[in-house]
Design a protein around this ligand. Structure first.
Ligand code: TEU
Ligand code: CA
Length: 553
């Protein structure tokens, strides 16, 4: 290989995201747990993945399913003990994989000792760990909306001030302007890193720095408004992240990926440029917004594939040599990728394989969410009683109060809610999808009898076996990891076609994002077909949801 490439293990890794609550329940209490993951280590390793990203497992009252942490150095009771966690880490490493933890430090739980102390008195030594302000004429300090409905401010009766919470009222924002807060975070990070973890996924990392004065969006009419311009990518964010890197990460062979809603490509390089010493990677959300009319999660429109392709191509081409992409189509906050970007009906298997081929042939680290390897689809929860996500439950309460068409609202949840990815991992057609012998904390998705690991492995067109081929192929052909991206047929409304080029190696990727087959003149005759989601070629025609990867030279 002539081109100088800066090889790193985290660049070449396929990351498998585990939502512990829904992965596997080892003790029959209806909630997934760490021992459940330990029991499935061989399965996970068999996929050919390299890193496990564990959603939060710290002590939490679970107002937001663990993203409200009350003790950063203790394991959530229902997930097990610290001994269980130590064993999990050891098993993951013995299986030749790495483990990254989910770091949630934009906010804590309101049950964290710091907050309990801070809210006890205005003179508390922890008061300034959080963001307190006086009201204005009996109203909150400004008009910012929270992420999960309502004002971003909560009145505290005892000390007669408001505190800021960008998420639920039980997730008070930490005050990152306070150096004591930052030192507490870095010390905790080092504590986990010294235990041997291999890095962090860092939650809402571009929200730590707020614009001084916390300005209102529009003080005139008192209506709540999205204040992202005042708390996203704020004035000191790079200073904070650089300091975090210096005091907790630098000198360790670990990976960091920061979740950055609303980050643009131009901003991205400032977070992940190698010379910046901030983050290795980030999750951008631009491609997650293509099927939306607004920032409102429920406000959807059909996917515009050309727009989707443009965004992917832009991040592929413009980050090349300047930063490193994180490639994903879903996670615990998104609906199931096959239902959203593929076909969860007739061509479920073909489209699941095509989408996995897409993710595994891009420049950047690949992130796969539990169940994507078996083509799980949206959960089909039809009744509000079946939902658990605080985002849904808060929104529903507001919808009822506003007299909205609740049937339409439920349709929105079925299509886009986060619970679509949080119903139990589907292991078999046994009761509750083989996830638990008890009563599951959330119902399994409606597809569990047909779509599960056991059925997939018994099938002649197994998605798992196809995915294993993809992980092996990616490792065997570094062009697919480090090669330049060349976008072909950009205006085509059903095909996504691109080349990957490194030195004198050129690979061609053909993806049909539709059920319509297409004659294609650029399909090469005498090149090496590395993988296809159909048995047997079809000469110059791409069939429904067909994907092919050719080695041209
Ligand atoms: O999500 C942050 C976030 O802003 C987006 O994921 C999105 O806005 C959210 O899913 C609501 O639509 C992170 C975690 O991934 C999420 O699970 C937590 O609820 C949130 O932070 C608060 O910690
Ligand atoms: Ca359990």
């Amino acid at each position: 290989m002539n081109t100088e490439i800066d090889r790193k293990w985290w660049k070449e890794s396929v990351v498998y995201q585990i939502y512990p609550r829904s992965f596997y329940d080892s003790n029959g209490d209806g909630t997934g747990d760490l021992r459940g993951i330990i029991e499935k280590i061989d399965y996970i390793a068999s996929l050919g993945v390299d890193v496990i990203w564990l959603n939060p497992v710290y002590q939490s009252p679970n107002d937001d399913n663990g993203y409200d942490i009350s003790d950063y150095k203790a394991i959530m009771d229902e997930f097990g003990t610290m001994d269980d966690w130590e064993e999990l880490l050891q098993q993951v490493h013995w299986a030749g994989m790495k483990l990254i933890m989910d770091l949630v430090v934009n906010h804590t739980s309101d049950e964290h000792d710091w907050f309990v102390n801070a809210r006890s008195s205005r003179d508390s030594e922890y008061r300034d760990y959080y963001i307190w302000r006086d009201g204005v004429n009996g109203n909150p300090p400004n008009d910012w909306l929270a992420h999960f409905s309502g004002s971003a401010w909560e009145w505290d009766e005892k000390t007669e001030q408001y505190f800021l919470h960008l998420f639920t009222r039980r997730q008070p924002d930490l005050n990152w302007e306070n150096p004591d807060v930052r030192e507490e975070v870095y010390k905790m990070m080092r504590w986990w890193l010294d235990k041997g973890i291999d890095g962090f996924r860092i939650d809402t990392i571009n929200m730590f720095s707020k614009v001084p004065g916390l300005p209102p969006v529009d003080a005139a009419d008192g209506k709540l408004r999205w204040g992202g311009e005042y708390f996203m990518n704020g004035p000191r964010i790079h200073e904070f992240i650089h300091e975090m890197n210096e005091k907790a990460i630098d000198g360790r062979d670990v990976m960091t990926v920061g979740e950055c809603p609303d980050v643009t490509l131009d901003m991205a390089v400032d977070y992940i440029g190698p010379e910046r010493k901030e983050l290795n990677m980030l999750f951008q959300f631009e491609h997650m917004g293509v099927d939306h009319l607004s920032k409102d999660r429920w406000d959807t429109r059909p996917l515009d594939l050309v727009k989707f392709k443009d965004i992917i191509a832009k991040w592929q081409k413009d980050l090349h040599g300047r930063g490193w992409n994180s490639n994903y189509l879903m996670n615990h906050d998104q609906p199931r990728s096959v239902s959203r970007f593929g076909d969860d009906g007739k061509y479920r298997v073909e489209s699941a394989k095509m989408l996995l081929t897409f993710l595994m042939t891009l420049e950047g680290t690949t992130y796969i969410y539990q169940g994507e390897e078996i083509g799980m689809i949206n959960s089909g929860l039809e009744k509000i009683e079946d939902y658990r996500d605080v985002e849904v439950l808060n929104h529903y309460r507001e919808a009822v109060e506003a007299g909205e068409d609740l049937g339409k609202v439920l349709e929105g949840y079925m299509k886009m809610s986060r619970d679509n990815s949080r119903t139990p991992m589907q292991w078999s057609k046994a009761e509750n999808a083989g996830f638990t012998s008890g009563n599951p904390w959330i119902k399994p998705g409606i597809s569990w009898r047909e779509i599960n690991v056991e059925a997939d492995l018994a099938s002649s067109d197994s998605i798992i076996r196809y995915f294993r081929k993809l992980t092996a192929m990616r490792k065997a052909h570094l062009v697919l990891i480090y090669g330049e991206f060349e976008h072909l047929l950009p205006a085509d409304e059903q095909l996504f076609v691109y080349k990957r080029i490194l030195d004198n190696s050129t690979y061609l990727v053909l993806l049909n994002f539709s059920a319509d087959s297409r004659e294609l003149s650029i399909i090469p005759e005498n090149s090496e077909l590395l993988i296809s989601n159909y048995e047997g070629g079809s000469a110059g025609k791409l069939r429904a949801w067909e994907s092919r990867v050719y080695k041209l030279s």
